[in-house]
Design a protein around this ligand. Structure first.
Ligand SMILES: Nc1nc2c(ncn2[C@@H]2O[C@H](COP(=O)(O)OP(=O)(O)OP(=O)(O)O)[C@@H](O)[C@H]2O)c(=O)[nH]1
Length: 358
């Protein structure tokens, strides 16, 4: 069946390593007129979700998948959410559903998600995996592809790759990033991001996702997923119950997500200094930071982002996006205990308060 006379709802999988610009690209995509009628499923690991609060509310249908990493819990909340979406459309509660975009976590392996969309009978009859779009952080491409298997899989399985942070690099560095991507996946088309805009034609002409065009590795990952699924089904029927995970260990076990929460507002210089202190101590062991920070006297939170040791410009929201007014910081780290982060923050903010008398 060609995709033009296929009535199934196209699903785009938006993936990419930690901090590579998925949410930024998603916001740009949702502003594009051709994305009208798009529902969004956002998956986040960690005790709190922040990304869904930062997706601009141009679509009413933003669903947060928070019960764990999508690739590990694919049979649970993810398939349920897609089913619910379809049933709500049938009941007329979702008026216009022309596309679904699923933003995965930065550590997700796309293979189980792709496998589920292609093999689950209910879903495969109603939705079609249109394609996989992967964001690649041009500034950190060598580190990501060199050290993180998840990043390699995300690029290898992509139909379209968007190189991000291009505004921060020169032509030679960008060409190097593109060449690294091409070596892993010569068939994926590549785009360079432009701040605030969806790359032109990014989603046009994406036919059905075709794993066969992606090389042997991708076929192997998909078949490993299928084999794990068979084992799961056998185990499930043997014990008469369903289990949630497809694979016991899919991620680097040393990578953890910690959440710090503070009830008292900060002053910006004190917070900023404490965060810099943590970054200087933990260094390369910090993979990603993001959070909402309560600043005394400001009506909305400051949004902070960091990838490895680099902090990105923070910005203020005019109002809090939900009822919760606490500072919430998510740290994705390797080999950094939560207590070290807590202690670092405590020491530094207390010292600053003593100096300034706050
Ligand atoms: N200069 C610049 N900054 C960017 C670009 N794309 C993203 N960023 C910044 O990079 C940081 C991370 O971007 P996100 O869009 O949150 O990245 P993400 O992939 O959704 O992050 P996770 O969900 O944590 O994996 C933010 O501070 C963005 O503003 C870009 O093209 N140029």
């Amino acid at each position: 069946m060609n995709s033009e006379n296929d009535a199934r709802i196209p699903v785009t999988l938006l993936t990419g390593f930690l901090g590579s610009g998925k949410t930024t690209l998603l916001n740009a995509m949702l502003r594009a007129p051709e994305m009208a009628g798009c529902a969004v499923l956002i998956n986040e690991v960690g005790a709190i979700g922040i990304d869904h609060l930062l997706v601009e509310q141009v679509t009413e249908d933003v669903v947060l998948l928070e019960s764990g990493c999508l690739c590990c819990t694919v049979r649970g909340e993810f398939s349920r959410s897609l089913r619910d979406l379809f049933m709500r459309r049938l009941r007329g509660e979702v008026k216009d559903l022309r596309r679904v975009v699923i933003e995965t976590t930065g550590l997700a392996d796309p293979a189980p998600v792709a496998h589920m969309l292609m093999r689950d009978f209910f879903l495969a009859e109603r939705f079609r995996l249109d394609g996989i779009v992967t964001t690649v952080d041009a500034r950190n491409v060598a580190w990501q592809l060199g050290q993180h298997e998840e990043a390699v899989r995300q690029v290898a399985m992509a139909d379209r790759v968007v190189l991000t942070k291009c505004d921060l690099l020169d032509e030679e560095e960008l060409a190097d990033g593109e060449a690294r991507v091409r070596r892993l996946n010569p068939l994926a088309s590549q785009w360079r991001s432009r701040p605030g805009a969806m790359p032109e034609g990014l989603l046009t002409g994406m036919a059905l996702y075709d794993p066969a065009s992606k090389g042997e590795d991708v076929l192997r990952w998909l078949s490993e997923t299928a084999a794990a699924e068979q084992t799961r089904l056998r185990t499930a029927s043997a014990f008469g119950r369903r289990t949630a995970s497809v694979s016991a260990v899919r991620h680097d076990e040393r990578v953890e997500t910690h959440v710090l929460r503070f009830t008292e507002p900060f002053t910006w210089p004190v917070f900023s200094d404490a965060l810099d202190f943590i970054l200087s101590l933990a260094g390369e062991r910090i993979l990603r930071i993001k959070g909402l920070v309560a600043i005394a006297g400001e009506p909305g939170p400051r949004v902070v982002h960091g990838v490895r040791q680099e902090r990105y410009p923070s910005f203020s929201l005019p109002a809090w996006p939900d009822e919760d007014r606490d500072t919430r910081l998510v740290f994705i780290v390797r080999d950094v205990p939560l207590e070290a982060l807590e202690l670092g923050f405590k020491l530094r903010t207390e010292a600053a308060s003593e100096t300034t008398g706050e």
